[in-house]
Design a protein. Structure first.
Length: 243
């Protein structure tokens, strides 16, 4: 019941304008090597700050004044859709020293950087990075094509000291997701019809049991549903303004 009330309190903030006001909400996560600060920009867009390294996930100009945000040490692009690959936002926080990690399809638009395929694992700027397949199993366009076909999009597991953070990208509850191990924090999308229903999110969370689950990129989905579905699971559901 306490978890459900927490969700209801946070939902009061969800009526804010589409372009969020800065500064943005933040959570601080303790690691064995100092604090990891998570900044919730909105939609599928996040910023992580750890030991002087600033990591941008899918920067999106519609959500923020990127001239006022810190420059990026690392930028991760999950896939090429315009709300995830936004060149003006990317170029605003990119410097000559910024490393951009992306999919092959993103590399057709973004010059430089590192292309990671599904399943690859690298260490970049001291951060272990694992690319997890991100794709649909069920939801399709009117043409019958999946919104996100297999092999094109990435989720990423980023390891900051002793904390493993999974940013799923646009995906459903795939076998690869459900087989993940030792995930401390997971960001799972819930924007219909493109990604997961609350039932799919709950199914995945029960399978790989992240310690903390942040629904993100959730559109108009009823956030109460996922909290109710997971109220007996060993997963802490945290709701932040990530519409």
């Amino acid at each position: 019941m306490k978890r459900i009330l927490s969700v209801l309190v946070v939902i009061l903030f969800l009526s804010q304008p589409a372009v969020a006001e800065q500064p943005f909400p933040q959570d601080t996560i303790k690691t064995g090597q100092g604090d990891l600060v998570i900044t919730f920009i909105g939609h599928g867009t996040l910023v992580f700050t750890f030991q002087g390294t600033t990591v941008h996930i899918d920067p999106f100009m519609q959500l923020a004044d990127y001239t006022a945000l810190p420059k990026a040490s690392l930028i991760f692009l999950t896939h090429h859709h315009r709300d995830h690959l936004d060149l003006p936002a990317l170029n605003e926080v990119r410097t000559p020293d910024t490393m951009v990690v992306m999919t092959k399809t993103c590399s057709e638009t973004v010059t430089g950087g590192i292309v990671m395929a599904n399943g690859e694992k690298l260490i970049i700027n001291g951060i272990t990075v694992e690319a997890v397949p991100a794709y649909n199993l069920v939801h399709r366009r009117d043409t019958g094509e999946l919104f996100h076909p297999k092999g094109i999009g990435n989720g990423y597991i980023l390891t900051f000291a002793d904390k493993r953070i999974y940013i799923a990208g646009d995906t459903e509850n795939t076998p690869e997701m459900k087989a993940l191990k030792d995930i401390d924090i997971a960001f799972l999308p819930m924007n219909l019809p493109y990604t997961m229903t609350p039932e799919m999110v709950a199914d995945a969370a029960r399978a790989f049991q992240p310690k903390i689950l942040y629904p993100y990129h959730y559109g108009e989905t009823d956030l109460n549903q996922v909290a109710l579905l997971l109220q007996s699971a060993p997963v802490e559901v945290r709701i932040r303004p990530m519409k």
